[in-house]
Design a protein around this ligand. Structure first.
Ligand code: TRP
Length: 330
């Protein structure tokens, strides 16, 4: 069976954009593939070297993903730093990764520009750590967004290079699995921007209380209203209709669409309905988030079991890697 793996940045709470863009796809993949999902807490040190409470952040993410349907019985869900084998593979990969190629990676250059006082080696070698994450389980498919395409190309290159340098056919070249093509939906932001997630106030978080959701939706950017019948919708308005398409029934969407077309649409009415429909979709998830977050015992158990399963798979690969390179195998 093919192996699917994806890494999760431990930054912030899950919002509707994450949910429809990636998490629902992960949940479906669990029934089809051997799946690994891990929280990339080591990667976060490249930008946040002195984290506030990294273990708590990881537990929050774990609770939220489980609330969305990620199932530790079906998948291996672990925290990256709980599987130290990854770090050893990262070391080997770094020996065969070159300054020139790492320095050309766009996300490295961007982050270097953003944090000029902390252009650290971890930032430069982000792609080799990501490669180690993937190939430690010999993953074949990696569901990622477009922004990860270059990192995925590096992962294929480093996997191929390992095979060539040591004259083996050991690591598969991991394929990206485009979330936008394979069912992921792009959720627009509430501030008129194309994408939810750009800033906190254009987001609806899955853990937001109904009163917060109502307030955020009512504040969503609009315009003066429809002026001519059957006109095309400007982006800010289309965004609200896109959200209706996702969380509401077709009847609701068509009702407001007709009102747009005959210029009788009142944005207040649309927003009220949209907020209630978002609340209906997110309420059961929010309830489960509360339940799981407060159950530290369960979260610890899941993390421990994930670490065991993750290490079992990782140590098998690492033993073979040590043998291939010529080190002692324990
Ligand atoms: N770089 C990914 C991101 O920023 C997170 C990540 C780390 C990852 N390691 C990975 C994703 C391995 C897929 C596979 O979202």
């Amino acid at each position: 069976m093919e192996t699917v793996l994806s890494g999760i940045r431990p930054t912030g709470n899950l919002h509707l954009g994450n949910y429809y863009g990636a998490v629902t796809s992960f949940v479906k993949l669990q029934d089809i593939y051997r799946c690994f999902f891990f929280i990339a807490d080591w990667h976060s040190l490249t930008t946040h070297p002195t984290p506030d409470n990294i273990q708590r952040s990881a537990r929050t993410i774990l609770a939220e993903y489980m609330a969305c349907g990620l199932d530790p019985e079906k998948s291996t869900i672990y925290v990256q730093s709980d599987v130290p084998e990854v770090a050893e593979l990262y070391l080997y990969l770094n020996m065969n990764a070159y300054l020139g190629e790492l320095g050309r990676v766009t996300s490295f250059k961007e982050k270097a520009r953003k944090q000029p006082d902390n252009v650290n080696a971890g930032l430069l070698t982000y792609p080799t750590l990501m490669t180690a994450d993937i190939i430690i389980h010999k993953a074949n498919k990696v569901p990622v967004g477009k922004d990860q395409e270059q990192n995925m190309e590096m992962a294929r290159k480093f996997a191929r290079r390992f095979n060539q340098m040591y004259k083996v056919d050991f690591f598969p070249e991991p394929e990206s699995f485009s979330l936008s093509k394979d069912g992921g939906i792009k959720i627009p932001g509430l501030d008129g921007s194309g994408k939810m997630g750009k800033s906190d106030d254009n987001c609806i978080f899955l853990c937001d209380e109904p009163s917060v959701i109502r307030k955020k939706v009512m504040k969503a950017v609009t315009d003066a209203g429809p002026q001519t019948p059957n006109s095309e919708k400007p982006e800010v308005i289309q965004n609200l209709f896109t959200l209706l398409e996702i969380v509401s029934t077709k009847d609701t969407h068509d009702y407001f669409n007709d009102k747009w077309n005959d210029c009788s649409l009142l944005y207040g009415e649309l927003k009220k309905k949209l907020a209630e429909d978002i609340i209906a979709v997110t309420a059961p998830i929010r309830e489960r988030i509360k339940e799981y977050s407060s159950n530290t015992e369960l979260l610890e158990k899941v993390a421990r079991r994930g670490a065991e399963k993750g290490r079992e798979s990782a140590s098998k690969t690492l033993r073979e890697v040590r043998e291939i390179i010529g080190f002692k195998v324990y």
